[in-house]
Design a protein around this ligand. Structure first.
Ligand SMILES: [Zn+2]
Length: 248
């Protein structure tokens, strides 16, 4: 059971449906194994519903309904026109054919992913991650600057957040570093320690520019963390400074 949890503000945002990004997926992964936070989210959802119930309805002017219907009709007409144009363009147009071929490739990739899911290859992953990852942690195409620290970019980074797995080899220590922004870390497997404590699977930790730490994976197994950052890490030790150029 997790000892470190997302802040209440984050759980409130999640309950209100405001975390439609990497942070939301990470929070959902924590929630899957944390009854305490599930309970809080249900409470916040209930509170949100109650607030809507007691709020005073606002009068809208009489023309609003007809304007809405006119816009919907226009939207439908535009959409029908666009799909007719695309289907005409598909005949004999090389650019469109290429796009189609690319899309077919993407569909085949998805098909492969789906087959793996059915075969149970990544059934051990938290549900919110299953449709994004091709396989379980040990079979991901890890890359990195050394054997002791490797990373895998999760394909749902956006303008605001970078989502990445880090694998710290058993017994290895990360270079000492601080953070330029916020880094939310969820321990997925294995465990690590820093001066502030010991972190095990399910633990959700927030580090920011006031955090200076040097996480060390426990000896027994590699530690895999799901990190969501809103700004790059900033290495502060001698070796760490050498790694800064490689950190996005
Ligand atoms: Zn929790």
């Amino acid at each position: 059971m997790a000892n470190y949890h997302p802040a209440d503000e984050l759980l409130m945002q999640f309950a209100a449906g405001q975390l439609t990004n990497a942070l939301g997926i990470q929070t959902a992964c924590h929630l899957e194994s944390c009854q305490q936070c599930q309970h809080k989210v249900r409470l916040y959802e209930q509170l949100g519903g109650d607030l809507i119930d007691i709020s005073t309805p606002t009068e809208v002017d009489s023309g609003a309904k007809s304007r809405l219907l006119t816009n919907l009709h226009k939207l439908r007409a535009d959409s029908a026109e666009t799909s007719a144009t695309s289907s005409n363009a598909a005949t004999g147009n090389t650019a469109t054919d290429n796009t189609f071929a690319n899309n077919t490739g993407a569909i085949e990739d998805l098909d492969e992913l789906y087959k793996k899911q059915l075969s149970g290859a990544n059934q051990r992953l938290p549900r919110p991650l299953r449709r994004f990852l091709p396989d379980y942690y040990e079979n991901l195409p890890w890359s990195g600057f050394s054997k002791s620290i490797q990373s895998y970019d999760i394909p749902f980074s956006d303008d605001q957040y970078t989502a990445r797995f880090y694998k710290i080899a058993a017994g290895s220590e990360l270079p000492q570093h601080t953070h330029r922004g916020n880094e939310f870390t969820l321990v997925m497997s294995g465990s690590f320690s820093d001066l502030s404590g010991d972190y095990n699977p399910g633990d959700f930790v927030l580090a920011d520019s006031s955090t200076h730490h040097q996480p060390r994976a426990h000896e027994k197994e590699d530690c895999i963390c799901f990190a969501v950052t809103d700004a790059p890490l900033k290495m502060t030790g001698f070796f760490g400074r050498m790694l800064n150029p490689f950190l996005k």
